[in-house]
Write a protein that binds this ligand. Structure first.
Ligand code: SF4
Ligand code: SF4
Length: 194
């Protein structure tokens, strides 16, 4: 009987001391430290969280978060869309009838991006698209908090062409192709007449 009482008191004391320890620990605010700090993952320990969104944990430089595309530097090569394992990049391209300009790394631009959409709801953040991009214009940013109300809002549109502009460029290309085909036919007919 005495043993049981002693065990009960001992358990009670352990429980109380644990509760009191947590009570005081919970009053301390967690510090925001750089991702490069050796103690970065120790922040998961403790009883209280940081005061988000007033405070937020710095993210590692090599972290993979929301994608961004600098469309002026895109040569519309389609490599990113081809390598994407989940087909979440959709590009509609229109060949330009003449040189459009140059990217910031000096690559010539000869194709218009009538559409350049990335469905971040499908994206698995593998980063493959950023690796294959020859002009490094598609990048992973450190933005992780982009809450939206509708699923379709997670499709980011990067093309800066309007539907009218795309139609106009397509008409110019069709005209150029028709002229080339007519010139070739004329040449072929001239050759066969000789
Ligand atoms: S990070 Fe991966 S899944 Fe996401 S768009 Fe790029 S290739 Fe596709
Ligand atoms: S790989 Fe780069 S340059 Fe090619 S289409 Fe994608 S974003 Fe544009």
């Amino acid at each position: 009987m005495a043993d049981r009482a002693q065990t009960g008191i001992s358990s009670l004391w352990k429980g109380m001391s644990l509760t009191i320890r947590h009570l005081f620990t919970a009053n301390g605010k967690r510090k925001v430290i750089p991702a490069s700090s050796d103690n970065y993952f120790k922040q998961l320990e403790g009883t209280n969280t940081i005061q988000y969104p007033k405070q937020s944990l710095p993210v590692p430089e090599v972290g993979r978060y929301q994608l961004d595309v600098e469309i002026d530097d895109c040569i519309v090569c389609d490599l990113c869309a081809k390598i994407c394992p989940v087909d979440c990049i959709t590009i509609d391209s229109i060949k330009a009838t003449e040189l459009i300009g140059y990217t910031s790394d000096g690559s010539p631009k000869r194709i218009h991006a009538a559409k350049f959409d990335i469905d971040m709801a499908k994206c698995m953040y593998c980063g493959l698209c950023t690796i294959v991009c020859p002009t490094e214009c598609i990048v992973m940013t450190n933005q992780y908090d982009r809450s939206v109300f509708g699923l379709s809002d997670l499709t980011y549109e990067f093309s800066d062409m309007t539907a009218e502009e795309a139609k106009e460029k397509q008409a110019l290309l069709d005209q150029q192709l028709a002229e080339r085909a007519a010139a070739k036919q004329k040449k072929d007919e001239g050759g066969s007449a000789v």
